[in-house]
Ligand binder design. Structure first.
Ligand SMILES: Nc1ncnc2c1ncn2[C@@H]1O[C@H](COP(=O)(O)OP(=O)(O)OP(=O)(O)O)[C@@H](O)[C@H]1O
Length: 621
């Protein structure tokens, strides 16, 4: 008997709406249909398991096939199938109401923000097909039926001559979607969405050469798209390093091997499995971001895990699979979802524990990998309070000699020499070891230790550390003259009188032709340079921030160089000589000494540099 009917909905025609909504991501129809086929197959396996189904299970692979002439794409499974009654119920009523609900729910919001867009299920087929047939025979002893619908609200159900158990979904691909008749295109979608689905999926053939006696023959074998038991779903006890590395190479064929990994496996209070890898992070952090793939019961959902994984952990690579992450909801909902929060905390804790363990059990390896791990840890400390607390134990500080210290070790190391008058440990650092060489040398001569803080994250990290750690001050090596880098109470007096100081100041302002020059006569030992240009820490950071936020707006400093201060070493013999020289000589010597200071800061450029060179040549002549 054939049945004709009308799908009862209020909407005039729901399919154009579905098409419009999912315009940006048509590919997912295949995921939905293969996921249904997988469900149907697993249901049958369960029924067999409990003795409800007693027949032969046979080959349970799902097969995807293309017929370019008929312009059809068929998804066939040997799962539970449906009786006519079930088709009525699940396809005409349940699934349709699901699709209607979907459209209702999301009609006012941007669909790109709906993670995974699950829930549309079967009807997403109409995004790419002008007509869909379901040819199905239930595992129960009932006749097969074919359901057919051309994208209007009319459908028909008729008897079918299918004799084997299971379901064939036949899509008559519409003219706009002919790309879905290309093997390559379908192959790629299957690889992306179905690579870990739990039932074998076959698409196309692989040819393989085999030896038959003396002869070599080429045989064709079904091409299986997926790994039915992906590595992350396996028992960690049974896995070796090589397994994890191979899995990584499969996921990211172009990437360098990862540093190490974490196998996540938890059932309570939520269910989550996965493997997260620490990649070798290079200085360009963005390159490494957003490579984590989210699955739900082995079905690929998205590689945008923005709201599930904390910001800094998005540098990690790998796979997480959780049926407990709501998939078809908006982002704001996701952020407040308690499971998502728990998952995010869980992942952070696991990552931190793993780092802690590696640090404690194998500090040598930890140090060897510090360049990469360090970026990651510092990024985490800057962006996540809780992680900051935990990571303090194993975050390392590297000095210019390449030695690595924990916070406590470092404080201890500099305790004698670098604690200021208020009891603050002063961490002296360089952000550009080459350019700041003069200053580093001066600091080292003074017995100070100099940290190397030259990674992209260090700027943020430095302010963060200072803000969060008590009694720690960070000062760049050129922030002040070496005697003031660590502020002490003792004051060294200059040998100059006040009048002489005023005179020196005038000479320099005239020589440099800048009345506004920010100049200070200070008392350094005679073996320091006669003039130095320093960049006070606070002003420099402010300036760097302003630059980050859209260029230097002229608020800081002079000469376009920013917040610099000229320090004249009143105790240097050259300054005493300067006071005694005639006027012409005063100007040349002051200019030369000033240019040397600019040079030491890498600030001598253009005409000033040419003048300096000519002047120097004349001097040695
Ligand atoms: N290949 C199939 N074999 C057997 N039953 C199927 C098959 N495809 C769909 N069905 C039935 O039709 C129902 C509706 O499918 P649909 O994909 O629309 O929603 P769903 O799978 O229940 O949920 P969702 O896709 O939203 O996760 C299924 O629940 C199932 O009962």
């Amino acid at each position: 008997m054939s049945v004709k009917g009308s799908i009862s909905v209020n909407t005039e025609n729901i399919f154009p709406i579905i098409k419009k909504f999912l315009y940006s991501d048509h590919d997912i129809f295949l995921r939905e249909l293969v996921a249904n086929a997988t469900d149907a197959t697993q249901k049958l396996q369960k029924l067999a398991g409990i003795g409800e189904f007693k027949g032969e299970l046979g080959d349970l692979s799902i097969r995807i096939s293309l017929d370019k002439e008929k312009k059809t794409l068929t998804i066939s499974d040997s799962g539970v199938g449906m009786t006519e009654e079930e088709v009525q119920k699940y396809i005409n009523q349940v699934a349709f109401s699901g699709a209607t609900e979907f459209v209702e729910k999301f009609k006012d919001i941007d669909t790109t923000s709906i993670i995974g867009k699950f829930g549309l299920g079967f009807y997403s087929a109409f995004m790419v097909a002008e007509k869909v047939e379901i040819v199905t025979k239930s595992y129960k002893d009932e006749p097969a039926v074919v359901w057919s619908c051309d994208g209007s609200t009319e459908f028909s159900i008729e008897p079918a001559d299918k004799t084997t158990r299971g379901t064939d979904i036949v899509l008559y691909i519409n003219a706009d979607s002919e790309e879905f008749l290309e093997d390559f295109r379908i192959g790629n979608i299957l690889k992306r969405y179905c690579r870990f689905m739990p039932v074998s999926i076959i698409f196309g053939k692989d040819s393989e050469k085999v030896k038959e006696g003396e002869e070599e023959k080429t045989i064709e074998k079904d091409h299986v798209v997926n790994a039915v038991q992906p590595l992350y779903a396996r028992d960690p006890q049974t896995l070796k390093d090589e397994d994890y590395l191979n899995f990584y190479r499969e996921l990211y064929p172009m990437a360098e091997d990862p540093l190490f990994w974490i196998h996540l496996n938890v059932d309570y209070p939520f269910n989550l499995t996965g493997i997260l890898y620490f990649p070798k992070v290079k200085n360009d952090i963005t390159l490494h971001k957003d490579k984590i793939q989210l699955f739900s019961r082995q079905v690929f959902i998205t590689d945008n895990v923005e709201d599930i994984v904390p910001e800094f952990l998005r540098l990690m690579h790998g796979v997480i699979d959780s049926p407990d992450i709501p998939l078809n909801v908006s982002r704001s909902y996701l952020q407040s979802d308690s499971n998502v929060k728990k998952i995010s905390n869980y992942i952070t804790r696991k990552v931190s524990d793993r780092l802690d363990e590696l640090f404690k059990t194998d500090r040598k390896t930890f140090e060897e990998k510090w360049e990469s791990i360090g970026l990651f840890i510092k990024y985490g400390m800057v962006s996540d309070e809780k992680f900051f607390e935990k990571a303090q134990k194993y975050c390392l500080y590297k000095n210019i000699e390449g030695a690595l210290f924990t916070l406590d070790e470092y404080k201890e190391k500099i305790q004698l020499n670098q604690v200021d008058k208020d009891g603050n440990s002063t961490f002296i650092y360089t952000s550009k070891p080459d350019e700041q060489n003069m200053f580093i040398r001066a600091a080292k001569n003074r017995g100070f230790d100099v940290l190397q803080m030259d990674s992209i994250i260090d700027n943020h990290f430095i302010s963060n550390v200072e803000y969060k750690l008590e009694k720690v001050r960070m000062k760049r090596v050129d922030a002040d003259t070496v005697d003031k880098l660590v502020e002490k109470d003792e004051k060294v007096e200059t040998i100059l009188t006040d009048d002489q100081k005023t005179k020196v100041s005038e000479i320099f302002k005239k020589a440099v032709k800048n009345e506004q020059l920010d100049l200070e006569i200070t008392a350094l030992s005679g073996d320091e340079l006669p003039v130095m240009i320093v960049r006070p820490e606070f002003m420099r950071r402010m300036q760097e921030m302003a630059e980050l936020q859209g260029g230097n707006n002229g608020m800081f400093g002079f000469n376009g160089f920013g917040a610099e201060k000229v320090m004249v070493n009143g105790n240097h013999p050259l300054i005493s000589k300067l006071l005694q020289a005639d006027e012409d000589k005063q100007e040349t010597v002051a200019r030369q000494a000033y240019d040397l200071a600019l040079l030491a800061q890498g600030m001598l450029k253009g005409e000033a540099l040419s003048n300096f060179i000519h002047r120097s040549v004349a001097m040695v002549d």
